[in-house]
Write a protein that binds this ligand. Structure first.
Ligand SMILES: Cc1cc2nc3c(=O)[nH]c(=O)nc-3n(C[C@H](O)[C@H](O)[C@H](O)COP(=O)(O)OP(=O)(O)OC[C@H]3O[C@@H](n4cnc5c(N)ncnc54)[C@H](O)[C@@H]3O)c2cc1C
Length: 553
């Protein structure tokens, strides 16, 4: 913990210097002594300290200051530091004000000026108050703090981003924490935007873009070169697999992701079917290990950057980022995976991130402790989500469209779900409407067999209802199917003919797209088996085809 502060405030320079001198003499080893020559300046400093979460042990403030009396300053300052000890320096005439402020602002002590000798009149009083403060002060958190409300979608995005990048943070809910609310109000403009992120160095970011937040957190958001042997778009299992093999086989390799490494797998609470982990492992753990491995082998990582386009200028391929930056390469692997389909029912507007979450929003689960949660969907991801949420929820209702869970879920998960007391499975059930003005309150469902409708009171609904591929960046460049999945290898040969515009005297390789040198791996491919192992395998395999391709250009 940083040295706690003792702050002294007085508008008379001579008195201020004298107090400072005496405080330094006795306390400088253990405390940082800070002086201010007016209440207003002192309040500005207090806000800065609070933004850095620096502990402040004691205020020693003169009552008689022309623009802001000592008691008025203490009243404001204690909104930021309610547990700091408060001492007023008074003259005889101020005794009454001092006594009444014992009640109004919880003044701890008042000292008559002059306090000489300090060994008798100052230090014993302050020593006593400081030892009291030490006994009750909580150790302040000195990492990143995120202040917002549970119902702000942008707060959810920031928390999710930090969690997925393994960056620890403290969450301050301004609806339940007055100190945090005061801090947010002091740090933002009139139109309050959330979340407010307090960095350890005192910088304050209001509803930051992920790229800016990533930079401040020390993540790599820029490429070091303008050209690479291999660029991989998407750092899920397929992209990470490709990066490990590409880098280890001597290709200069850049791996880009718009959020964090790990992809969908990184949001999984427990992956039980990945080879070599008999007890399973969390997606976050897998992502952390694979990222470290790819970097150790020499792959360069660029996070919080979205690829928005791909351009071909033979024999090179170029990717462009949202800000227009282009980076070139010889071989390109698209491993951008899929995202959960949006649920389109009445009432959804404005509730995304405010009780309605897409995919496994693991960071939010703990906030719904003891509540009834709904999980929409019947595939493995929904099953894993339900198992995870059941640790926190009083009840989890799985709302499944098909007639039985077994149709879309691995048997081991079906068994776990039916063996978990606080999960109920409602099959042949569709969501028809959601309710709530600024946060989810209830979910209406209908049984497709009986037509019976009912409403479940629930503040949290997690949706896992199928996938949409991330392939807009190659629109018009490589062939995709109607749903947007990328065609590769033999899927591109129709009636014995190679894809349109294909000029080479060979067929496309197994994972090659309709453009030579551009490959696709993982869930983004048409017909992909959506599993971590197959994504990793395809990522590795795609590198093999990149080598074969590079030998020919
Ligand atoms: C909750 C959940 C649990 C699961 N559990 C299991 C399990 O237990 N076992 C199992 O085998 N499988 C499981 N799966 C499936 C498995 O996670 C996926 O099959 C696998 O993650 C696919 O990997 P991928 O690399 O192809 O794509 P993804 O994991 O989807 O990764 C794609 C990456 O590309 C990035 N990206 C997308 N567009 C862009 C762009 N324009 N620019 C930059 N980056 C971009 C994304 O941010 C993402 O990180 C689960 C899936 C989910 C959602």
């Amino acid at each position: 913990m940083a040295k706690p502060i003792i702050m002294t405030v007085d508008d008379e320079p001579q008195v201020l210097n004298a107090v400072e001198r005496d405080l330094r003499k006795h306390y400088r080893g253990e405390y940082r002594i800070v002086k201010a020559n007016s209440g207003a300046n002192a309040l500005t400093a207090v806000q800065q300290f609070k933004k850095r979460n620096t502990p402040l042990a004691l205020f020693l403030v003169d009552q008689r200051m022309p623009h802001m009396a000592g008691t008025d300053f203490l009243e404001e300052a204690q909104k930021f530091y309610p547990t700091s000890r408060k001492v007023l320096l008074t003259a005889y005439a101020d005794t009454e004000a001092a006594i009444s402020s014992i009640n109004t602002i919880g003044l701890d002590h008042y000292l008559m000026k002059p306090w000489d000798p300090p060994e008798e009149n100052l230090y014993p009083v302050l020593d006593d108050l400081l030892s009291d403060w030490w006994a009750t002060v909580p150790v302040p958190y000195d990492g990143i703090r995120v202040a917002g409300t549970m119902w702000s979608a942008t707060s959810h995005v920031v928390k999710d981003f930090l969690a997925r990048n393994h960056l620890p943070y403290q969450w301050l809910d301004i609806e339940n924490d007055d100190e945090a609310k005061t801090l947010v109000e002091a740090s933002t403009e009139e139109h309050r935007q959330l979340p407010v992120v307090f960095m350890p160095d005192g910088e304050v970011l209001v509803n930051p873009e992920l790229r800016v937040l990533a930079q401040k957190c020390g993540l790599h958001t820029e490429a070091t070169e303008a050209f690479y042997d291999l660029i991989i778009i998407g750092a899920g299992p397929a992209g990470l697999g490709a990066a490990v093999y590409g880098a280890s086989e001597g290709l200069t390799t850049l791996l880009i992701d718009k959020e964090a490494t790990g992809g969908q797998a990184g949001t999984s609470s427990r992956i039980e079917n990945y080879l070599g982990f008999p007890k399973g492992l969390s997606g976050a753990d897998l992502a952390r290990r694979a990222t470290a491995q790819a970097q150790r082998l020499g792959a360069e990582l660029m996070l919080a950057r979205e690829v928005s386009g791909v351009r071909v200028e033979d024999p090179y391929r170029f990717i462009s980022l949202r800000d227009g930056t282009e980076i070139g390469c010889r071989g390109l692997i698209i491993a951008t995976g899929v995202t959960t389909k949006k649920l389109e029912v009445p009432g959804m507007k404005g509730l995304s991130g405010a009780g309605v979450y897409y995919g496994a929003a693991l960071t939010e689960a703990a906030y719904y402790r003891g509540k009834h949660m709904c999980v929409v969907g019947g595939a493995n991801s929904a099953g894993q989500g339900a198992m995870f949420f059941a640790r926190y929820a009083s009840q989890v209702s799985m709302l499944v469209r098909s007639s039985e869970l077994e149709k879309g879920m691995s048997q081991y998960l079906v068994d776990q779900i039916y063996g978990t007391k606080n999960i109920d499975v409602q099959t042949r059930t569709i969501v028809t409407e959601v309710h709530g003005s600024d946060r989810l309150e209830a979910v209406s469902v209908k049984n497709t067999d009986t037509g019976e409708s009912k409403t479940i009171e629930s503040p949290a609904m997690f949706i896992f209802i199928g996938a949409v591929p991330h392939t807009d960046m190659v629109d018009g460049i490589v062939e995709r199917n109607r749903a947007g999945f990328i065609l590769t290898g033999t899927d591109l040969i129709r009636g014995g003919r190679r894809p349109k515009g294909w000029k080479l005297k060979r067929d496309p390789y197994l994972l090659e797209t309709s453009v030579p040198g551009i490959f696709a791996a993982g869930d983004v491919r048409q017909g992909a088996v959506r599993r971590v192992a197959s994504a990793v395998g395809q990522g590795a395999n795609a590198v093999n085809f990149v080598h074969q391709y590079l030998r020919t250009v």
